[in-house]
Every structure is written in C-alpha cells, then in structure tokens.
Design a protein around this ligand. Structure first.
Ligand code: PEP
Length: 253
C-alpha cells in the first residue's frame, strides 16, 4: 500500500451477470459499512447490459461502477461498440481498458488501448489501464520490459492521480489461481511507479493508484495488499461473490 493513496478495489464481472445477479451488488452495498467506507473505494464493472440499472441501484451507496471496455471513437457507425460517453451516461465513473482478454482475444494493441483511455478521459471517466506479461515472457525474464513497454504505449500523456488507474495483471495469473511472489509484485509495482514517473512526471505519478489483479482472493489479499505501491485490487472471479469481494476490500482497508 502507499500510505497517502486511498485504495480501490474494482470488480470485473466480465461476461457474467443477468438481472438476477444485481443481488450481488446489492449485497456488496449492504456490507460496505462505515468502517470500509472510511478507508477503501469500491467499484463494480458489470456487463454493459446491466450498467445503467446497476449504477442506478447503487446511487447513495458510494460504490462506483465502470464499463469493461469502450470505443476509441466518440459516436457514429461502429456497430456493436459502446462509447465512453455512453458509459458515463449510464452512470459509470471508470472503464477498464486493455484487459489481457481484450489484448489477446481481440488483438488490441497498446496504441488502441491508449486511444480508448483518451476517449475515456474525454468523457470524464477514469480509465483502468491494464498491463501484464504472459507466462513465456516472465519465464524469459522479460516481464519488466514488457510491462514498461505496454505502459509507454497505453498511458495517455498528461494523466494524473485523478484521471488514471493502472492495473498490473500478469496474464498467467488471471483466473488460474496462480499469483506471483510478493517479491515479484513488489519489483513490478515499483517499476511501474518509476516508469509512470518518467512518462507523467514524478508528482503526477506518485498519486496514481496501482492495482494488482490476478487470482486475488480473501486468502491472499492481505499479503498482496501489504506490498509497497499496491494500492488496491482488480478482482475477476471473486467479485461475483459478495462475501469474497467484501473480504478483499477489508484486506485493503
Ligand atoms: C481479471 O480478469 O481482471 C482478473 C483479475 O480475474 P481473476 O481475479 O479471476 O484472476
């Protein structure tokens, strides 16, 4: 944790969730008690189909919502796409961009991710820019270099603490139950903070929230969150269980 930074725990529901699953966000809101509210921010990123109704239901809860992707375009003939302004209009405050599932399954490049992050900022959303190495890249000793390159390509110039969140998500840790060692997370987050310093200036970079994501669970959250420069978590699978998501939040608090 970085003492001066208020942590954020964001849940990425991915392509999961029907109307009935709004019971999960309602339960999270119920468990987000005054003690948690005092020390950790929460965000839930449901599928786009649920965003408006989830956001409306969470008004007054102090739980933010976010999209899982956005178009780099503002509007127009882009069938199937959703703009950042549409997400904001539906109540979102955040949008995940450059998730490894988008980079891998949809061939998204860092150039595109940066354009999406810029579109998000223009719509006054905070992009959660995801970066992370594959297993092969880590085994080849290239993890730090890969992540720094992704950052250089994906982070908009001029970003700062109020307009950017970065999530380090090793691809091989997502949904696998595997996590890097605490030492590896510490090295990576320190390197990310330093690279952001070079890109954005030290003062701006010092307040940017750096989330760790990849198989975060109640059982490992406290250890992961105790690492320097880990300012919260991006949570996939465990965010679909209110009790687990809240337990992770408590580990951050
Ligand atoms: C994710 O998809 O962003 C993620 C971190 O997933 P999981 O927590 O399931 O590994």
């Amino acid at each position: 944790m970085t003492r001066s930074i208020r942590p954020l725990v964001a849940g990425n529901w991915k392509m999961n969730g029907l109307k009935a699953d709004l019971a999960i966000s309602a339960e999270v809101a119920k468990g987000y008690d005054s003690e948690l509210k005092a020390s950790v921010d929460l965000a839930i990123c449901p599928p786009a189909s649920l965003l408006y109704v989830a956001s409306a239901a969470l008004v007054g809860s102090r739980i933010a919502t976010g999209g899982q992707d956005c178009s780099p375009q503002a509007s127009g003939a882009f069938t199937g796409e959703i703009s950042a302004a549409m997400l904001a209009d539906a109540g979102a405050s955040f949008v995940i961009v450059g998730h490894s599932e988008r980079r891998t399954l949809h061939g998204e490049t860092s150039t595109l991710v940066k354009a999406k992050a810029q579109a998000a900022q223009k719509a006054l959303l905070v992009p959660i820019v995801c970066v992370g190495e594959t297993r092969d890249e880590r085994e080849a000793g290239k993890a730090l270099a890969v992540v720094k390159k992704q950052l250089r390509g994906s982070v908009p110039e001029g970003s700062g603490a109020a307009t950017l969140v970065v999530a380090y998500e090793p691809v091989w840790a997502i949904g696998t139950g595997l996590t890097p060692t605490v030492a590896d997370v510490a090295d990576m987050h320190e390197a990310i903070r330093a690279e952001l310093g070079r890109l954005l200036g030290k003062a701006a970079a010092s307040g940017v929230r750096l989330l760790y994501g990849g198989s975060v669970k109640p059982s490992n959250a406290a250890e992961l969150m105790s690492v320097a420069h880990v300012d919260g978590a991006l949570v996939g699978g465990a965010s679909l269980k209110a009790e687990e998501f809240l337990a992770i939040a408590r580990a951050c608090a």
